[in-house]
Design a binder for this molecule. Structure first.
Ligand SMILES: [Fe+2]
Ligand SMILES: [Fe+2]
Length: 365
């Protein structure tokens, strides 16, 4: 690959340079050129420390959102109104767990372990999307989450499939395919309710009323208040600004709401011929910052359940580690040669291999 070859050459040249600053400048030039040429940065490539830490922060927050996001909907699995709805919802919630796994794995390629990231989540040092701090009060909320929350996630995430960091971009391709199923199941659920009895229609409308504004907040603060946006765009981690994506989402939702026979709860929402977009009302950013600070309706409950699930799952992690240890001492490589799982499980790479492959943070040649 072009990037890999360029990095190899730059490393060779830079390694011959005794001067530390010149070496870093040479690495940096290759990195900048790769980003400018829309090439992927891979785990073993040199990257600026700030690029690495920005990615870890963003991917971790994304991974945490996937697994915390399982809670509001899982709340309805036992009360789904039919076997079909239950099977669909279970599949969706399991998908979200899978998304968390892809993303924790992507973060691990940057030299941070999953344990470390989970520890930060459990101690409130890393965040997850605030949308999951709202409660799911009725069955229609499952539909509104699929349509609006997964819909907003897709709008945010499709451009991430072209993110400059390879492992993150590739994880997003698969995630987006599954998110699209989630969005459709939510839309279909709401459509069934909207066309149902007056009570069912009212339930669907009420769910949309409650989820619409928090969904718009999912795109983050306005561009002029967004701390990380400009740098992330320069590094091509992000491709569009928060406001741009929010506008795109509103424009997508308006005709879909009409087809659903439901109203979006914004009296100022109207088509603006001149802009070629819908105008919409002001977002209550005070609510956003409050929820972000931990004062949303379900922040405490979500974190308590997450910590409890982690503690209750300790025996699974211990059993898996004990099994892996047994395999490592007993099978002495025969298992791996025959295609069985390697020492650390399904990815076939032992923990030691993984650690050896980790970049050390600075210019690892
Ligand atoms: Fe997801
Ligand atoms: Fe989803």
């Amino acid at each position: 690959m072009a990037t890999a070859a360029a990095h190899q050459t730059a490393r060779a040249e830079a390694d011959g340079t005794a001067d530390e600053a010149a070496r870093t400048a040479a690495y940096e030039a290759v990195f900048d050129a790769a980003v400018a040429a829309d090439e992927r940065i891979e785990p073993r490539d040199w990257m600026p420390d700030a690029y690495r830490s920005t990615l870890v922060r963003q991917i971790a927050q994304h991974a945490h959102s996937e697994i915390i996001g399982m809670q509001p909907e899982a709340n309805w699995i036992t009360r789904a109104p039919s076997l079909r709805r239950k099977a669909i919802l279970m599949a969706k919630v399991q998908d979200e767990a899978g998304h968390g796994l892809y993303l924790y794995s992507a973060a691990e390629t940057l030299g941070t372990s999953r344990d470390e990231l989970l520890d930060k989540l459990h101690h409130g040092r890393q965040k997850y999307s605030s949308i999951f701090n709202y409660p799911t009060l009725t069955w229609a909320d499952v539909g509104a989450i699929g349509w609006l929350v997964d819909g907003a996630a897709i709008t945010n995430q499709v451009p991430l499939c072209r993110c400059s960091y390879g492992p993150y971009a590739r994880a997003m391709v698969r995630i987006c395919k599954e998110e699209s199923f989630h969005q459709r199941q939510g839309y279909e659920l709401l459509l069934a309710l909207s066309r149902g009895t007056p009570e069912q229609h009212e339930m669907a409308q009420d769910a949309v009323n409650r989820w619409w504004w928090p969904s718009l907040m999912m795109f983050g603060p306005p561009d002029d208040e967004s701390a990380h946006s400009a740098q992330s765009m320069a590094w091509k981690i992000k491709r569009h600004s928060n406001d741009e994506l929010r506008q795109r989402f509103v424009d997508i939702c308006v005709p879909q709401a009409e087809s659903l026979g439901l109203r979006l709860p914004d009296p100022e929402l109207r088509w603006n011929e001149e802009r070629g977009h819908h105008d919409f009302g002001a977002i209550d950013w005070t609510e956003f910052w409050e929820v972000l600070k931990g004062n949303g309706p379900c922040n405490e409950q979500r974190m308590a359940q997450r910590r409890q699930a982690h503690e209750e799952g300790a025996w699974v992690r211990e059993a898996a580690a004990a099994y892996a240890g047994k395999q490592a001492t007993g099978a002495s490589g025969a298992g791996r040669a025959s295609g069985a799982y390697g020492a650390s499980g399904a990815d076939g790479a032992s923990e030691t291999d993984e650690q050896a492959d980790q970049p050390t943070g600075k210019a690892r040649a």
